[in-house]
Write a protein of this length. Structure first.
Ligand code: PLP
Length: 366
């Protein structure tokens, strides 16, 4: 927390705005619209997962439809496809950004078209804060006229060619879950290009009430709006967002220098200067062929004994029991990342003595 969050929360109590609407909700949305720019409209919601669900609804995804989704991601990117009764079709990553591979994406689209179904949407993700190949993915999507749902849950504060992540999709989503770059304890947002679409998202998120004095409903409703209390936390967090990004990037620079002399370790980093990462999580891959056969799991267990928690990278969706049997296009990039990758301690609040303890442990292992 930055400190001013409680001021906004106190205001909510003082003015009795204890509801899923109020000045903090409006203020937080305006702060986000100003921060990401590009004349976008933001609706604050109860979670990033809810935002993905409403995004699919706004893109008219219905039962029996197919939606293409990056396989290497958190399950919340894909689960809402199932909420709609649609079929997730998974696609591999490319090794540069670890995100959706444009070639595999095109292969998937062509094959689904050949099988007689045009995918309704493409879910592309900016994992660990690193933007996906924005232009190439967009050109593939446009070639076939398929909209992009941009999962920017991990990438608030990241940019590509100076433009904010969250603004590249036909619809974008953000998350303010407790583990993200800023948090509202739990929360999310949907980013749209028009006021009409934002209004539709708010309509669905507040139980789809028709314009009538009584309670009348012509469409399925959801209880997905953000509370004015949580939005107060969000307003305070917006004041420290850039500071959090700077601290995470500094942590990443620490790892770059720590591992510069260790041949078996590659620190995940952006491919070139067009990409700017918020460095939400710092991650490495460990090549066992260069580490005397030792794996990332050997490293993880070694660190665990020293009370330093690391976690494997996301396990790809096409390898998850819940998605067994779903179509998958690509090779083994995502699978290799899962086998060799580790997320490192990346918090915005690590001290110099934490860093020393981490560095000593890695040096002892290698
Ligand atoms: C956190 C996350 C989500 C879900 O956001 P919640 O606010 O936790 O529901 C979706 N996609 C990715 C890639 C995430 O990291």
């Amino acid at each position: 927390m930055g400190g001013t969050e409680t001021k906004y929360v106190q205001e909510a109590f003082d003015t009795n705005w204890i509801a899923p609407l109020g000045p903090n909700v409006t203020g937080f949305e305006q702060d986000l619209e100003t921060y990401i720019g590009q004349e976008t409209y933001v609706a604050a919601l109860s979670s990033g997962t809810a935002a993905i669900h409403l995004g699919l609804i706004l893109l008219d995804v219905k039962a029996g439809d197919e939606v293409i989704c990056q396989s290497f991601t958190f399950s919340a990117s894909a689960n809402p496809i199932l909420y709609q009764g649609a079929l997730p079709v998974f696609v591999d990553s490319e090794p540069e950004t670890w995100n959706i591979c444009p070639q595999s994406l095109e292969e998937a689209i062509k094959d689904r078209l050949k099988k007689g179904k045009k995918p309704k949407a493409i879910i592309a993700v900016h994992l660990y804060g690193v933007p996906y190949q924005v232009e190439t993915v967009r050109s593939v999507a446009d070639r076939y006229g398929i909209p992009i749902l941009e999962d920017s849950a991990e990438a608030l504060g990241s940019t590509y060619k100076g433009q904010a992540c969250g603004t590249f999709g036909d619809i974008g989503i953000l998350s303010f879950n407790g583990n993200k770059i800023i948090t509202t304890s739990g929360g999310g947002a949907i980013v749209t290009k028009t006021k009409e679409l934002k209004d539709r998202a708010v309509f669905f998120s507040t139980q789809s009430r028709d314009n009538a004095p009584h309670y009348q409903h012509s469409e399925i409703g959801y209880n997905y709006r953000m509370s004015n209390i949580c939005a107060g936390i969000g307003r305070g967090q917006m004041e420290v967002l850039d500071k959090h990004v700077a601290m995470r990037r500094d942590m990443n620079a620490f790892y770059q220098s720590l591992f510069s002399g260790i041949e078996s370790v590659t620190v995940f980093t952006v491919p070139n200067a067009d990409y700017f990462s918020n460095c939400w999580l710092s991650a490495i891959t460990v090549d066992p062929a260069k580490a005397n056969g030792r794996t990332r799991e050997d490293l993880r267990l070694f660190l665990e004994k020293r009370d330093i928690e690391c976690r494997p990278l996301w396990k790809p969706m096409h390898l998850q029991p819940i998605f067994a049997g779903n179509p998958y296009y690509g090779g083994n990039v995502a699978e290799t990342l899962f086998d060799q990758g580790l997320c490192l301690p990346s918090g915005s609040n690590l001290t110099n003595s934490d860093r020393k303890r981490i560095a000593d442990a890695f040096i002892d292992f290698f």
